[in-house]
Design a protein around this ligand. Sequence first.
Ligand code: FES
Length: 173
Amino acid sequence: MDGTDITTAEIQEIDEVVKERQGTHGELLGILEEVQRLNDAKYLPEEALNRVAQQTGVPLSRIYNVATFYSFFNLRPQGRHTVTVCRGTACHTKGSRGLLDDVGLMLDCKKDLEEGEPYVTTHDRQFTVSTVACFGQCALAPVVAVDGSIDGAMTAAKLQKRIGRLSKGRKRP
Ligand code: FES
């Protein structure tokens, strides 16, 4: 799937996923997981959810309930890389707000982050920036995860280095 609109091939993929999973335990969850996995931008486009509703006979409202209840489902395109900044109390007191601002500046998405979006994907879809309430690693505050790898005692310089490595060759808007 190309991560934007649903093509005929993508509709076929969804139909196959539904066919394979129908009648299995946790059917709807499994279907949505697979549909998201097949999407290049790792999310569930509206058209895909409509198709799942049509093919399974499950009301669209219930599908949305499931897709919004579980945090591993995304309703918007995800970037190739992820940066997650902890905004819990321990990290906040150690400067995580400043780190989030730094990430916003580095990735040209500071304004979107300030608008309080739960997560922001850069226009080139290279990065998704999000926050988390606590990683459970408070002793290491401030904590930031890049591509799922958690790093404690984070500083602006360390972050710059990690993001800089992943940004090589990236076109700025
Ligand atoms: S508050 Fe940041 S890891 Fe717990």
